[in-house]
Design a protein around this ligand. Structure first.
Ligand code: SF4
Length: 348
């Protein structure tokens, strides 16, 4: 396996690209680590980035480990939405440190800019993150290094401090100038890309965090897809378009319910049991739904087919679970007995 001088936290954002470029320019070999979870990461873009920016990138799936921060609650608090940025940075740096010896690398690069983000890039936060991640001796922040104390990498001459930068603040002017200087053919837009900072996405995770003990990464990936409905412990995801429908089929487990209209065009829906019963007794994932819940869910799914609604008659919905198929006859939106609710944003 090829050894590297440094491992970089590589989100694919402009700052992460520039941080690598600054160090590459000193003749050092850098491997980007692209962390992937239901909330961030674009593994589909990695090949493109490697080619475009001449940066080798390794995908690191951290989904299950990352969930613990959300499920246990972050030690250093939430940001404006469901983003635990300080804990998140600490987590990523710890992961990178674990991988150093694997790649024969001596230090870690992070593209933080002093004062760019209120929560995680204030001076005190930068020092706190470095201390909590236990990376004091191995962390280099090339974009704002000149605002910080020299690191062992600079003191030993492994990295030339004079060639590091002193960027600070929220503007992007200096980064855009650098991007031109490095001849970057594509400049990523500043949009965060982390779903935990977006209320519309984050509200989908709340039922899983508030009601479901031990929800898994696969549950959070499912929460990202389609329209979401919950009735107690019963969870229904309904596709909004072809792409959603394909994703639902891809994410389905044998124990899930798959709903599909037989004679009309309409969405695919995936039903999953999750959470606890009202009595507090643990509900097994994959447990059979009572018939009234199945009929109510089928009726709700039909309601999203305009042609089925206009037919004003009962329609056939095919249902698959545990590789067995059956069909039920329901009226679209027939005033179901269940109170299916879309998650609302109410962080508490
Ligand atoms: S925005 Fe998301 S990925 Fe970025 S530090 Fe915050 S929680 Fe982590």
């Amino acid at each position: 396996m090829k050894n590297y001088d440094a491992l970089a936290l590589f989100s694919g954002g402009l700052d992460s690209i520039l941080a690598v470029k600054v160090v590459q320019k000193q003749g050092l070999d850098v491997l980007g680590l692209h962390f992937v979870s239901p909330f961030f990461g674009h593994p589909d873009k990695v090949a493109h980035w490697q080619e475009l920016y001449s940066i080798p990138v390794k995908i690191v799936d951290v989904a299950e480990e990352y969930l613990r921060i959300l499920q246990e609650g972050p030690k250093f608090g939430w940001g404006k939405v469901l983003n635990p940025c300080v804990d998140c940075k600490i987590f990523m740096l710890k992961k990178a440190k674990e991988l150093l010896s694997h790649y024969g690398a001596k230090f870690i690069i992070s593209g933080e800019v002093l004062g760019q983000r209120p929560m995680s890039q204030r001076r005190d936060a930068l020092y706190l993150i470095r201390r909590e991640a236990d990376v004091k001796d191995v962390l280099l922040r090339p974009l704002c290094a000149k605002h910080l104390d020299p690191t062992p990498m600079e003191e030993s001459g492994l990295v030339e401090r004079d060639k590091l930068l002193g960027i600070s603040g929220r503007g992007r002017k200096e980064q855009l100038r650098l991007a031109r200087e490095f001849g970057l053919r594509e400049i990523p837009t500043p949009a965060g890309g982390c779903l935990l900072t977006d209320k519309e996405s984050a509200k989908r995770y709340l039922p899983l965090l508030q009601r479901v003990k031990g929800a898994e990464a696969s549950d959070f990936y499912l929460a990202n897809v389609g329209r979401q409905y919950w009735a107690g412990n019963y969870w229904l995801s309904i596709g909004r378009d072809k792409n959603d429908n394909q994703q639902l089929l891809r994410l389905a487990k044998d124990s899930d319910y798959i709903f599909k209209l037989k004679d009309f065009p309409g969405p695919i829906a995936l039903g999953r049991s999750a959470g606890k019963r009202e009595s507090g007794e643990e509900e097994r994932q994959g447990e059979d739904w009572p018939e009234e819940v199945i009929l109510s869910a089928a009726s709700l799914v039909c309601g999203f087919s305009p042609k089925a609604r206009r037919s004003k008659r009962k329609v056939v919905v095919e249902i698959r679970k545990d590789k067995e198929k059956r069909a039920v006859l329901v009226l679209p939106e027939d005033g179901s007995s269940m109170d299916w609710q879309e998650p609302r944003w109410e962080k508490g």
